[in-house]
Design a protein. Sequence first.
Length: 132
Amino acid sequence: MRLLIVVEWPKGSRVRWEWNGARFARRLEDVPAPVNYGFIPNSHNPADQSEVDAVLLGLPVPAGKRVEAELVGAVLLADGDHKLILDPRGEPPSPEEATALKAWFPAARKPRLLSPAEAEALARAMLKNGGR
């Protein structure tokens, strides 16, 4: 399943450009992002009443850039604010990426990585309009 992600927070950066539905607002985070972080346009996450969150593996991508990539997994979180994992090459997270991604979330959120098949079922349940 290929999806479009809009990057808000580039990998390795502490500067996040958070989308509020109308514009981007600059925010400085405490730690740099271990992956590119953003959202799936035309989607809705009932857990936080915002767009569905996603991470993009690979090299840093500038904030505001739109990238189409393959769904390769998801981070399932206890609070229901799950994150889809995308990769331009269609490669699942490496062991190092998986460890860094899970460590990025507080233990209380109980992060668990889903397989591509599990992630696709989750994405279909979360997305409206195909995430395009």
